[in-house]
Design a binder for this molecule. Structure first.
Ligand code: KIV
Length: 314
């Protein structure tokens, strides 16, 4: 006798436990049905939220770069899950010696520019040195301005255990925070320079505690910068929010680089953890040389670049 179940129904029955498990996982981490954990590159239909980033814990790597301007955001956005308006712009764009010289107003201007140039990436702005360390209230006032005046999704601040109350205060008041532990460029001067963290036992324990404290305080993800690899991996395996590594570990939940380092636009120095993906600085110099030669030789502008010239003359 023919089975009352068709072959395809029987096949579906086989997969039922899998679909139920998937549904349970989605519901428990708050992913709406029909949405995928990873949006395809170039899906510009909506911007990633901080919840999208948080839901990527243990999933496919979260891809991040820094951006400081509208045109750079436009080029990068289709490929990025997150764009960081980092205070590294103090050194990279403004030629300062450290990241500490940049103001909140400057960060806000760059944050607004990056929002204008992006549609897909979750955009985060760094709270600069001197705008959040005094008290959780100071941090709130600064963070509120950043979110209200730029439209970005979150702020980032540097620090571990000693800033967990601040992160708690911000997240309690609805300000999403990206943590930043390990090597802290804003504090490098006080810690004897840009040093890899976690090489000795005390250092290791401290960075571990920092990670736990910032995750507990409600950060939606944590940047781990400049630590020994195994420490970054251990933090990633311990905390329940995504980690984003820079000079950290391939085992982090995501990776970030300073775009100008990766594209060869910033050449003052290149940290050893940077991989160069292009030499745009060289290309800029070549273009400048060609333009200078053209102008000096009278080859630019041609009549085709001028107004009011009759067509037969062009
Ligand atoms: O300011 C910045 O660009 C950063 C990244 C290096 C993570 O904080």
């Amino acid at each position: 006798m023919d089975s009352i179940f068709s072959a395809s129904f029987q096949k579906n029955l086989l997969f039922l436990p899998f679909f139920l498990t998937l549904k349970f996982v989605r519901l428990s981490i708050g992913i709406p049905e029909g949405s995928s954990l990873v949006r395809s590159v170039k899906d510009l239909s909506r911007r990633n939220s901080v919840s999208d980033i948080k839901a990527r814990k243990g999933g496919p790597p979260i891809v991040c770069l820094t951006a400081y301007s509208k045109p750079m955001a436009q080029w990068l956005d289709p490929y990025m899950d997150l764009l960081l308006v980092g205070d590294s712009l103090a050194m990279v764009i403004y030629g300062m010696e450290t990241t500490r010289g940049v103001t909140l107003d400057t960060m806000i201007n760059h944050g607004a520019a990056v929002i204008r140039g992006s549609q897909r990436a979750c955009v985060v702005v760094d709270l600069p040195h001197g705008t959040y360390e005094d008290s959780p209230c100071q941090a709130y006032t600064s963070a509120r301005r950043v979110l209200d005046e730029t439209g970005v999704q979150a702020v980032k601040l540097e620090g571990g255990v000693e800033f967990s109350d601040t992160v708690h205060h911000l997240t309690d008041k609805g300000i999403p925070v990206l943590g930043h532990i390990g090597l802290l460029p804003q504090k490098a001067e006080n810690r004897g320079g840009f040093k890899i963290q976690g090489r000795d036992d005390d250092g290791w324990q401290q960075v571990m505690k920092d990670g736990l404290a910032i995750a507990d305080a409600g950060a939606f993800a944590i940047v781990i910068e400049g630590t020994v690899e195994a420490l970054a991996l251990e933090i990633t395996e311990t905390v329940d929010v995504p980690t984003i590594g820079i000079g950290a570990s391939p085992g982090c939940d995501g990776q970030i680089l300073v775009t100008d380092d990766a594209l060869g636009l910033f050449s003052d120095f290149t940290p050893s953890f940077v991989k160069r993906y292009a030499d745009l600085g060289e290309e800029v110099a070549k273009a400048a040389e060609a333009y200078a030669e053209d102008v000096r030789a009278g080859n630019f502008p041609g009549l085709e670049h001028c107004f009011g010239v009759s067509k037969d003359k062009k």
